[in-house]
Design a protein around this ligand. Structure first.
Ligand code: GLN
Ligand code: ZN
Length: 755
């Protein structure tokens, strides 16, 4: 039996990759320095796997920006507009846009149901795939040198996205196009396999997560065809890898594919291992993903051992065990968390600890060393019985919530009349909430957290930032203002810090996209709001201006989806607890005179289960908890929400059901066609057009913005429209934000003037 791992975080223990990339982009370090730093980080990931005693060390798992973008580059699928650029700069230009020639970046979207974002390949009839394996082969050579230097006997295993999932991720829907692209792409894979075999690598972990998404029959055919073709004259072995759900319904299909093994996720799904034992061709390796690659709880190894024992007894030679998916979705190392309180700390395991869990399991299965398993699992039992996780009176209050707690007083049409009191112009302009988190804000917050400055000093700094942000917005001429969120390191962690039941970490970062990381708080117990969280800050901002300032909260589903959530209570129940806490905050804001309250739900879509059969249940409770959080206000109080990265056509019904008065969406990278599903009668309320792509440093000009507004009017009536950037501005610089907002206001004015 072998133990292996599907991938690791590449950001480094303390986000070294982020800082190196950003320094390079800001021209503070050279290409050589960047390469030195990233080579060292990559080597570290090999060293961790070695130290944990894994049988395989994964290579091909260190994209500087994104794994799908690396695949595009591996097969030379470079959009025309970036072809003149060389290597690294080309890669970064595709991901971030090209400031010197003003070329827009490629689209970016969520990786399955995670909060990781990948760069969507742009493939069309012009695409010519060519194998460009130099970088990958260099990486293999470097890994081999490293293993030799450590006298390690382990083998390398190459991690690679499979051809069918790659095309699926590129959003090819047209069948003819699929056929036209697949054939030349497969030729490249075959060429690559030859080169990989020549390096001495025996196994390729070829990832086809498309299998967990209920692929239509043409995709299933593409899988059959591809693996039959790739089987010819192949001298590397393929481990067909799936993750994020079970693939039981495809056992026959998978078994028919010419591959040498299969990896299945045994955490996200509930695969019937007995069926796999019986039905999977006995020569094929079965890799079982038993360690949770998506969450941070210490594994109950005693239970896992039990569930693996029969399968081990029957298939020991061809059994591998692994985490359920790549560990890129969990933080690097629990050892760094010196401030986490016990016993909570003892309940956790991060990526490095999860590798060790595999080792403990292997020793128990192979060498009958069972005592370490029992000792390791003890804190897990303690957690399940701990009274730190239970708040009886809170549970009673939640129990008492009924239908009436999900209803506004009146329907939107009536509320709209009451909201005329807000005195907003046609096409009101606003922003999504955050303003630049400058180095200074972060520095001051860090000093405050280290106790180097007092609470009063910190608060007066925050107030000064807010006053400045309000002045800048007035200057730009925006209609509805925000306070800028300077007090928030992160839109979820900030609320986690104030609510009972959450633990906050120091270094538990995970990559969100490119150099951006998030540090999800940990929900270990029942959630309760002990006092108002945002009221003083918003009230202060409102006191500075006659224009309206939006109250700004993060919604229950987003707090849930962007936290590491306890696994001993249903997600729905946890979400309800968060919603109940937010409901109190919304009421307090309204009582403090705040007229517009935005409750952001950017993570609703990513929480959709991969299988459509489970959608209705999820959307049902997601809508319910949003309404619990927001329905307590009077008609005249306007509720906003915001979503990013969404394709909305499947969920527009649920979005309408949220019954927010205004939703702002991110559509600027889509020629505004993302708005199509919102056309009446699907959606009747108001909608903020995200016309400025905040993920790119490019400052949009007035004409482009005006054109985007006008394009939107193809789908949405002008009376429904607001004008805003497509997301918060925290990652941008003031030098970019100020001209962009000026242009945004002017664009709205021009559209109004031309009516
Ligand atoms: N209000 C948040 C901000 O502006 C929303 C961010 C998001 O949607 N991801 O930062
Ligand atoms: Zn957003």
């Amino acid at each position: 039996m072998k133990i292996h791992n599907l991938g690791l975080p590449r950001i480094g223990e303390k986000r070294e990759l982020k800082f190196a990339l950003e320094a390079y982009w800001d021209k503070k370090i050279s290409l050589d320095e960047l390469t030195q730093k990233t080579d060292a980080l990559r080597e570290q990931t090999w060293a961790w796997q070695l130290a944990a005693g894994l049988d395989f060390i994964a290579v091909g798992d260190f994209p500087l920006y994104d794994q799908v973008l690396d695949t595009s580059i591996l097969f030379s699928a470079i959009p025309q507009r970036f072809q003149h650029l060389s290597e690294l700069d080309q890669q970064f230009a595709i991901a971030r846009g090209d400031t010197c020639c003003q070329h827009a970046a490629s689209d970016m979207t969520k990786w399955f149901n995670t909060n990781y974002h990948y760069i969507v390949p742009e493939l069309d009839s012009e695409t010519e795939f060519n194998l460009n394996a130099e970088k990958l082969l260099n990486e293999v050579a470097a890994a081999q040198t490293f293993l030799k230097s450590q006298n390690a006997k382990q083998q390398l295993k190459l991690k690679l996205i499979g051809p069918v999932s790659y095309l699926w991720l590129a959003k090819i829907n047209n069948l003819n196009q699929l056929d036209d692209l697949l054939t030349p792409l497969l030729a490249c894979y075959r060429e690559l396999f030859k080169k990989i075999a020549a390096t001495g690598i025996e196994w390729i972990q070829i990832e086809e997560p498309i299998l967990t998404t209920e692929p239509e029959s043409h995709w299933q055919n593409a899988l059959r065809l591809s693996y039959a073709y790739l089987n010819q004259k192949r001298s590397v072995k393929l481990l067909l890898t799936t993750y994020f759900a079970d693939v039981d319904e495809h056992i026959e299909l998978i078994n028919s594919l010419a591959v040498d093994g299969v990896h299945i996720d045994a955490v996200a799904g509930q695969p019937k291992l007995d069926d796999w034992l019986v039905k999977l061709n006995s020569e094929k390796v079965l890799s079982v993903g038993v360690i949770d690659g998506r969450n941070i709880w210490r594994s109950d190894l005693a239970a896992k051992l039990k569930s693996l024992q029969t399968i081990y007894d029957r298939k020991a030679d061809n059994l591998w065990i692994a985490p359920s998916c790549s560990l890129q979705h969990v933080p690097v190392d629990l050892e760094l968390e010196t401030r986490l309180q016990q016993p909570v700390r003892s309940w956790l395991a991060f990526a490095k600890q999860k590798l060790v869990e595999l080792n403990i399991l292997k020793s128990a299965l192979v060498d009958y060393e069972v005592d370490p398993v029992i000792a390791y699992s003890k804190p897990v039992t303690e957690r399940l019985n701990s009274d730190l996780t239970l708040n009886v009176s809170l549970r009673q209050q939640i129990q008492a919530l009924g239908f009436e707690h999900t209803q506004r007083d009146n329907e939107y049409n009536q509320r709209k009349i009451a909201q005329k009191s807000l005195n907003l112009p046609l096409l009101p302009t606003t922003t999504i909430g955050s303003f630049p988190q400058t180095a200074q804000v972060r520095h001051v917050r860090a000093r405050f957290k280290r106790g180097e400055i007092s609470e009063t000093e910190y608060q007066s700094y925050i107030k000064a930032y807010i006053a400045d942000a309000i002045a800048k917005q007035l200057e730009a001429g925006l209609d509805v203002l925000v306070h800028g969120e300077p007090e928030r390191n992160d839109m979820v962690e900030f609320f986690g810090e104030q609510l009972d039941g959450f633990a906050i970490t120091q270094y538990a970062w995970v990559q969100s996209y490119g150099s951006r990381c998030v540090k999800p708080p940990i929900i270990y117990g029942d959630i309760e709001r002990k006092q108002a969280i945002t009221v003083d800050t918003i009230q202060y901002a409102q006191s500075l201006t006659d224009k309206l300032v939006k109250g700004m909260l993060t919604g229950p589903v987003t707090i849930l989806n962007w936290s590491f959530v306890r696994d001993d209570l249903s997600r729905q129940s946890v979400a309800k607890q968060i919603a109940f806490a937010l409901r109190g905050e919304v009421s307090d804001l309204e009582a403090a005179g705040i007229k517009i309250i935005q409750v952001d739900e950017p993570a609703i879509r990513e929480g959709l289960p991969l299988k459509k059969a489970h959608w209705q249940n999820y959307l049902g409770w997601a809508v319910e908890v949003f309404r619990i959080a927001t329905s307590c206000v009077k008609d005249a109080t306007q509720i906003h929400t915001h979503m990013c990265y969404s394709e909305f056509q499947d969920i527009v019904g649920a979005i309408s059901a949220l019954d927010a008065d205004v939703i702002s969406v991110e559509a600027s990278r889509s020629d505004m066609s993302l708005l199509k599903p919102f056309a009446k009668p699907n959606y009747q309320n108001e909608i903020g057009l995200g016309v400025y792509d905040i993920h790119s440093p490019i400052v949009p000009n007035v004409d482009d913005l005006q054109a985007k507004i006008e394009l939107s009017l193809n789908y949405i009536e002008i009376e429904q429209c607001w004008v805003n950037p497509d997301c918060g501005l925290k990652t941008r610089k003031w030098e970019e934000v100020l001209p962009a907002l000026n242009n945004l206001v002017k664009a709205a004015e021009q559209v109004r003037a031309e009516l």
